[in-house]
Ligand binder design. Structure first.
Ligand SMILES: [Zn+2]
Ligand SMILES: [Zn+2]
Length: 336
């Protein structure tokens, strides 16, 4: 099969992914083999390719928002059959035994494996994945539309949960979103359908700000502009540490700032008064399978409309370069 391989992390403008002929993976007893139809690109792929995340495997096939059809199943797989349309996400496998796994926090598992980082991912014609970490894709979504749900969507869903706005009520809640790429444009749809007003701070007037307006943001501004009201919660998707004090500055007492990325530039020091008043800063690390299933149900109910820009399989490096340059409207997806 054809696959994109990363040997060593390099700046993405040097086009570090190389296409190669490699053997089709053989699924283990508890795995399914997928013919990949589409694979979303994610900022985490950029962090992997450029080395902001440590190397876990070399060479590596990146990609962790995979939609495909099952073409083979391992001997112990009962939940899927050949021909099923399925999705594979970032959390690839957990140990099931550590204190986190045993207390409903498998996203924090000490020995977790991750698709497209510690195991091969979906920038390829085929991929194998554990059946118990594979999702059925709701029929409401085309392949290409479904791909960004698998990371951008699930992580956005978990970020919304960690804002704790369900405790104080979604109706009329004021939520800030910092950064408006793949995750932002899905998260706003969930938040608005729950009754929240959404305030979006993002670079790129032409694509990201325009899309935020289109998707019903109450207010849209640049990253250094302050929203005109105090926020009940904020989610920072952009990997820029200076946004943390900026978000705290407009956060009401008792509010939460959720950091949605796996990597962020250093957070500048700030005055205690910005966090006093029981304000909370917390990160989101990965997701549980329950997050994934609950999110896909809610997304299908609305249904969420993903705005995607597709790239042919041969253009994987170009897709990542476009992502780095904020040149994608909504979510980027590689079509295989
Ligand atoms: Zn574990
Ligand atoms: Zn991702």
């Amino acid at each position: 099969m054809k696959a994109w391989l990363l040997d060593n992390p390099q700046p993405v403008d040097t086009r570090p992914l190389k296409v190669a002929e490699v053997p089709v993976p053989a699924p283990r007893d508890d795995e399914v083999l997928l013919r990949v139809d589409a694979c979303g690109i994610c900022r985490t792929d950029l962090h992997v390719v450029e080395g902001e995340l440590p190397v876990q495997r070399s060479p590596l096939v990146p990609g962790h928002q995979i939609v495909g059809h099952v073409t083979a199943t391992g001997a112990r797989v009962e939940s899927f059959k050949i021909g099923d349309r399925v999705g594979v996400a970032w959390l690839n496998r957990t140990c099931g035994k550590c204190e986190y796994c045993l207390t409903g926090r498998e996203n924090l598992c000490e020995r977790a494996l991750f698709t497209g980082w510690s195991v091969d991912g979906g920038y390829a014609e085929y991929v194998s994945a554990p059946a118990s970490f594979t999702y059925h894709i709701p029929e409401e979504f085309e392949d290409v539309q479904a791909a960004p749900l698998l990371c951008a969507g699930i992580i956005g869903y978990r970020c919304l949960r960690l804002t704790r706005l369900s405790e104080t009520g979604w109706q009329g809640a004021r939520l800030g979103l910092y950064g408006f790429g793949a995750a932002g444009h899905i998260t706003i749809q969930l938040a608005r359908s729950r009754g929240a007003e959404v305030y979006v701070c993002t670079r790129d007037r032409e694509r990201h700000q325009a899309l935020a307006h289109e998707l019903g943001a109450t207010w849209v501004g640049g990253v250094i502009e302050e929203p005109p009201v105090k926020l009940d919660a904020a989610i920072i998707f952009a990997p820029a540490g200076e946004l943390v004090p900026a978000a705290l500055r407009v956060l009401r007492k008792g509010g939460t700032v959720v950091l949605g990325g796996i990597h962020m530039s250093p957070i500048p020091s700030f005055d205690y008064s910005l966090i006093y008043g029981e304000r909370i800063i917390r990160s989101v690390a990965n997701n549980t399978r329950a997050d994934g299933r609950e999110f896909l149900e809610e997304a299908a109910r609305l249904p969420v409309q993903t705005h995607v820009q597709t790239f042919p399989f041969d253009h994987a490096n170009d897709a990542l370069i476009a992502l780095k340059n904020d040149a994608i409207r909504g979510a980027g997806v590689i079509v295989i």
